[in-house]
Design a protein around this ligand. Structure first.
Ligand code: SAH
Length: 310
């Protein structure tokens, strides 16, 4: 606490306290919490969202890194039977293994959180997995408050400038919905950027890419030089002319760029190219080895779009 009775904030931990009741309403409404839910919250902070979720659900487990905040949270919520607090770095913590003796908190089915924005990519990756290694036990529903710009990338439609590798990676794994914008002034202290609530519903992945690792590789390559045509970005995998034929076969404009191709089409493209690689066998395998896969939800996806046009 500082002299004014406010909880002090640590910038390095991306601490911005949400003070908008309507934003809290939107988050809770999108999460459709019921007494059957076991919810995971990341970064409860001073507990504004915790306070809202707790009365609605069977169990709430919150993970907070800041020791002082944990003390406050224990003071306020410690006696509630359906509340469990884990102190630690969410990215490092194996939450399930910490719950050995707390059967009631195991197998959370939802995630509801206003997360620290500096680690948005890694958090989403931990929640959903990657294209090559999707989460084996996906959540039913994930509702997050994140930076607006990242939310726009996650829900982007093909052809939009915000469509990128992050879009394909997240939309492959989950259905994504933009719920609402939350202006910077809804927080204390106000962050530099606006925020947005997003809802992610992890998909059933049976009918997806025949080789997810390969899809990951071509997505990485396909967006490696932004605003370049796919047939240039994918040259290390397939000859330009050959790719043109494949794209035409899939009714994709041969001059398409990564951002013009929707997630379903990326999956089809991956399956087609894989099939081709099988036919052309040995020489293709060598080339694929050179084209190293990349599966991180890292910040390179959040860079400004450059003007590397062809
Ligand atoms: N949910 C609160 C606070 C959001 S600010 C609110 O809406 O007001 C982000 C919170 O995440 C802070 O409490 C911060 O201490 C916590 N945090 C930051 N990095 C973390 C990490 N790696 N693991 C868990 N919590 C983290």
């Amino acid at each position: 606490m500082n002299g004014k009775g406010e909880v002090r904030t640590r910038r390095a931990l991306a601490q911005h306290w949400l003070k908008s009741e309507s934003a809290l309403d939107s988050i809770v409404r999108a999460a459709r919490c019921t007494k059957d839910d076991r919810v995971l919250e990341i970064g409860p902070g001073t507990g504004v969202l915790t306070r809202r979720i707790l009365p609605l659900v069977e169990a709430l487990i919150s993970v907070e890194i800041d020791r002082d905040l944990c003390k406050m949270l224990v003071k306020e919520f410690g006696k509630r039977e359906n509340f469990l607090l884990l102190q630690g770095d969410f990215l490092e913590l194996d939450v399930e293994s910490q719950l050995g003796n707390f059967e009631k908190f195991q197998n959370q089915n939802k995630v509801v959180a206003n997360i620290p924005y500096n680690i948005t990519g890694p958090i989403i990756e931990k929640l959903l997995g990657t294209i090559a290694n999707p989460s084996l036990r996906p959540y039913e529903l994930i509702v997050l408050l994140i930076q607006k710009e990242v939310a726009e990338r996650i829900v982007a439609k093909p052809g939009s400038r915000t469509f990128g590798a992050l879009t394909v990676r997240v939309q492959y794994l989950a259905e994504c919905e933009y719920i609402c914008t939350v202006p910077a002034s809804s927080f204390h202290p106000a962050p530099k950027v606006d925020s947005a609530v997003v809802k992610l519903v992890p998909r059933q992945l049976e009918r997806q890419a025949s080789d997810p690792k390969f899809l990951e590789t071509i997505v990485k390559l396909g967006f490696s030089a932004k605003r370049k045509m796919l047939r240039n970005n994918l040259q290390s995998i397939i000859e330009r002319d050959e790719l043109t034929t494949v794209l035409e076969g899939l009714h994709i404009n041969p001059q398409a760029r990564g951002e013009d191709v929707g997630v379903e089409q990326w999956v089809q493209l991956s399956n087609e190219l894989k099939e081709k690689a099988k036919q052309d066998n040995a020489s293709e395998d060598d080339r694929l080895l050179e084209a190293k896969g990349h599966d991180r939800f890292d910040d390179s996806d959040i860079d400004a779009i450059d003007e590397d046009d062809v």
